[in-house]
Design a protein around this ligand. Structure first.
Ligand SMILES: Cc1cc2nc3c(=O)[nH]c(=O)nc-3n(C[C@H](O)[C@H](O)[C@H](O)COP(=O)(O)OP(=O)(O)OC[C@H]3O[C@@H](n4cnc5c(N)ncnc54)[C@H](O)[C@@H]3O)c2cc1C
Length: 457
């Protein structure tokens, strides 16, 4: 027998904090995540505007016997949506935003629901940049505390290594500040252990990078050229310097009037990323790929925040399903297996199949780092399909899995948390000893298992 949770303690919250219950006019909009393929039906949705309101929501939820799921954007909602949210208060953090740069200290303080685009712009005003991912509308906290792979990554490592402090509301409603000197175990676990497992993060402090501008862009060919381009990039990436972080995608776009002609209705192969060198040296690094005469070449020096446009991620909420694996070295047979799935003449049904180049500094654990200070493997494979209907989602999942399965001879056990869209065995993100320590930490910090993360420990 299912019982309806008593949500009355939430109704009495400070009026500045919106709370929506099933059946309320605002409930559907408030519970809709960025990934529109995911339906979330929580017991209530709270939208706090202040740190105090976050604390009040947690206390009220616990008093009501409910669990709490923090969410900034819902980019990572697919895994969360696989579990029942019937006894969960979804805490949407998009109203808790703010960015304060301390240029002298080389840090930026960011409130819990802030998006990367706002941090990149604020940092650029001081001639600095940050370890954001490919899309500006991803939330800082969900990304950075799950590792975070940027286009600076092969030179600067995972974004979690740039975290200097985390302020988190735990299950008792109290605020804890974790740094290298205070609450050190929690600081270790939060940096890669998935923020949502320990509490609601209301602020993080991050180190800034010294780049006002960056050599970045994309090279684009028709998919007919995929065999030579994929082979050339695989070979190039074996010896590319750590300063170059690139991705190769085989992409398919429907014929849509809102798309530019070079994308609309086309199958393409695209290489993009950043090369942290002088223009002259970057051109030398890129030369073997430019020698393949791309139809379009946008590589050049751009202001650092413009790096958020290079990957051409969707401009807003989108319904999608995806699958992922981490691959070791790509030999000729691996390249052929990839092309057999998504190369010329195939109809994979995917929006893209991506190979993100790992290695470099990403592969090196950092002394004093968190539970996830490095990423093993040579390439992250990410396959994504549009999912405008439940039927399309089923077909899309099968299509994405088909490529992951075809590459299984080259895949590792490890997974990258930010690329794991579906709920997976989270122990695959960590090594065995760290996994056990992380689970013990979770039991200490949240013994009542109040918090629900997209990738639970
Ligand atoms: C278009 C697109 C491009 C992407 N590009 C990259 C990329 O280049 N590199 C990369 O590494 N990843 C990338 N990602 C993946 C993305 O980083 C992850 O999905 C990330 O988890 C999203 O964080 P979010 O806060 O926006 O999402 P949410 O779904 O809101 O959060 C994800 C999880 O983080 C936790 N969380 C979020 N906010 C808080 C908080 N304030 N307190 C506590 N817990 C919190 C929760 O557990 C939540 O379930 C991309 C995703 C998309 C859709």
């Amino acid at each position: 027998m299912t019982t309806t949770p008593d949500t009355s303690t939430l109704s009495t919250l400070d009026s500045g904090c919106e709370v929506h219950f099933p059946g309320d006019p605002g409930y559907d909009a408030a519970s809709t995540p960025w990934n529109l393929a995911v339906e979330q039906r929580p017991a209530a949705v709270a939208v706090p505007r202040t740190i105090e309101q976050v604390s009040d929501v947690v206390r009220a939820a616990v008093a009501a016997g409910l669990r709490v799921a923090p969410q900034s954007t819902g980019h990572g909602a697919a895994a969360l949506g696989e579990g029942s949210l019937a006894d969960v208060v979804l805490v949407r953090l998009h109203e808790l935003t703010g960015v304060t740069v301390d240029a002298a200290a080389g840090t930026v303080r960011v409130l819990g629901g802030t998006l990367w685009q706002d941090v990149a712009v604020a940092a650029a005003a001081h001639g600095r940049s940050v370890l954001h991912g490919s899309a500006g509308d991803v939330g800082v906290v969900g990304y950075v505390l799950s590792g975070g792979l940027s286009f600076y990554a092969r030179r600067h490592g995972v974004a979690a290594n740039s975290v200097r402090a985390v302020e988190v509301i735990t299950a008792d409603g109290d605020l804890r500040r974790a740094t290298a000197d205070e609450d050190r175990d929690l600081f270790w676990g939060l940096r890669g252990g998935g923020a949502g497992n320990f509490g609601i993060v209301v602020a993080v402090e991050l180190g800034l990078l010294p780049y006002a501008d960056v050599f970045a862009g994309m090279l684009l060919w028709d998919r007919e050229r995929a065999p030579e381009v994929v082979r050339a990039w695989a070979e190039w990436s074996r010896t590319a310097p750590d300063s170059a972080t690139t991705s190769l995608r085989v992409m398919s776009f429907p014929p849509l009037p809102e798309l530019p002609p070079f994308l609309s209705g086309r199958d393409l192969v695209v290489i993009d990323g950043a090369i942290l060198e002088t223009d002259e040296r970057a051109a030398e690094v890129l030369a073997p790929l430019r020698a393949l005469s791309p139809e379009m070449d946008t590589f050049g020096r751009i202001p650092a925040p413009a790096l958020l446009q290079v990957h051409m991620d969707p401009p807003g909420p989108t319904p999608a399903v995806a699958d992922h694996s981490v691959l070791g070295p790509l030999d000729d047979a691996a390249v052929e297996a990839f092309l057999a799935q998504v190369g010329p003449g195939t109809r994979s049904g995917l929006m893209f199949a991506e190979l993100r180049h790992l290695g470099g500094q990403l592969a090196k654990p950092v002394a004093g780092g968190g539970v996830l200070s490095s990423v093993s493997g040579e390439y992250a494979l990410m396959c994504l399909a549009p999912a405008p209907t439940p039927q399309a989602a089923v077909a899309g999942r099968a299509a994405a899995f088909s490529v992951v399965r075809a590459m299984s001879a080259w895949s590792r056990v490890a997974l990258v948390p930010t690329f794991a869209e579906t709920r997976v065995d989270a122990s695959r993100f960590y090594d065995g000893y760290d996994w056990a320590a992380l689970c013990r930490l979770r039991d200490e910090v949240d013994p009542g298992r109040v918090f629900v993360a997209n990738h639970p420990l």
